[in-house]
Design a binder for this molecule. Structure first.
Ligand SMILES: Nc1ncnc2c1ncn2[C@@H]1O[C@H](COP(=O)(O)OP(=O)(O)O)[C@@H](O)[C@H]1O
Ligand SMILES: [Mg+2]
Length: 273
């Protein structure tokens, strides 16, 4: 996998797109709230993600991870609060923000009658990749993601894991500075999951930024430099793994997570049964 990443010049080319003159956080969230009727799905959260960080947004089911990512990618509007992406206010500069970010939703909608190549070309066009560069850019991504054999087949013939791979590839097509990935390894086989983890690590080495949600703590523990834990819409912990370990006096992220989300007692009980 590593060799594949090294050989592909896509990441090298990404480097050119990183501008270090912007002195701001990659993501700056202030007092963000989103209600669905009476339900407060995201409850006055504030946090920052630095440029070049691989940031894990963790939490149990229903905690508010997907709602947060949908706000930050402009899919839905917050009820109150604000967010800036590389210094651009999400509500004031939505198009600028969209040009900077890539996004893989938790449950993607794909156009089944398109081939993988056509779909990636379509996404590249949406992101204003010039027509003259598109075919080359799409081919690079196809090669990088190991989609060569299936590239010209219709998406309806793809397995769930393969579809996920295509939607992950689409997040990178316009060489974004920041990618938002909602449960990126869900439904992937071990080899592809490993590839994605390696890709994300290489991506941030270029100074680019990753914001990913996951409920798989092992993945966060392996690759995320910094994590936030959200529970019932509120951020209950944020920091590097070592900071959280020191604060909670526990080593494994699973133990920290279960303690903070109030499930450690059940786990301790289970040990003795
Ligand atoms: N479109 C919606 N309408 C009503 N409630 C929603 C909607 N989307 C999410 N919710 C609720 O908001 C809460 C947070 O959901 P979500 O952000 O999807 O959590 P997570 O991604 O952490 O599992 C949950 O209680 C969920 O049921
Ligand atoms: Mg979710």
């Amino acid at each position: 996998m590593f060799i594949l990443l090294k050989k592909n010049n896509f990441l090298e080319k990404c480097k050119e797109e990183v501008r270090s003159d912007v002195m701001s956080y990659a993501i700056e969230v202030r007092d963000l709230t989103r209600k669905y009727g009476e339900l407060v799905a995201v409850d006055h959260i504030s946090f920052q993600v630095e440029e070049g960080e691989l940031f894990g947004f963790l939490g149990p089911n229903g905690a508010g991870k997907t709602t947060t990512i949908k706000i930050l990618t402009g899919i839905i509007k917050p009820t109150s609060g604000s967010a800036k992406i590389y210094g651009y206010d999400l509500l004031e500069n939505p198009l600028k923000v969209k040009s900077i970010i890539g996004y893989t939703p938790e449950y993607p909608i794909l156009y089944d009658t398109l081939t993988a190549r056509e779909f990636l070309d379509f996404v590249a066009a949406l992101h204003n990749v010039p027509r003259t560069h598109r075919a080359e850019r799409v081919q690079e991504i196809i090669d990088l993601f190991g989609l060569t054999d299936e590239a010209d087949q219709q998406l309806k013939s793809f397995s769930k894991g393969m579809k996920r791979k295509v939607t992950l590839a689409a997040a990178f097509i316009h060489r974004p500075k920041l990618v938002f990935l909602d449960e990126p390894t869900m439904g992937l086989d071990a080899k592809t999951a490993r590839f994605i983890k390696d890709l994300l690590k290489e991506f941030v080495k270029l100074g680019k930024t990753v914001f990913m949600t996951t409920h798989v703590l092992e993945i966060a523990e392996k690759i995320c430099e910094k994590v936030a834990i959200i529970n019932r819409g509120k951020i209950i912990a944020i920091g590097t793994l070592n900071e959280l370990r020191a604060k909670e006096k526990l080593y494994s992220l699973e133990d920290i997570f279960l303690k903070l989300t109030g499930s450690l007692e059940e786990k301790d009980l289970a040990k003795y049964l």
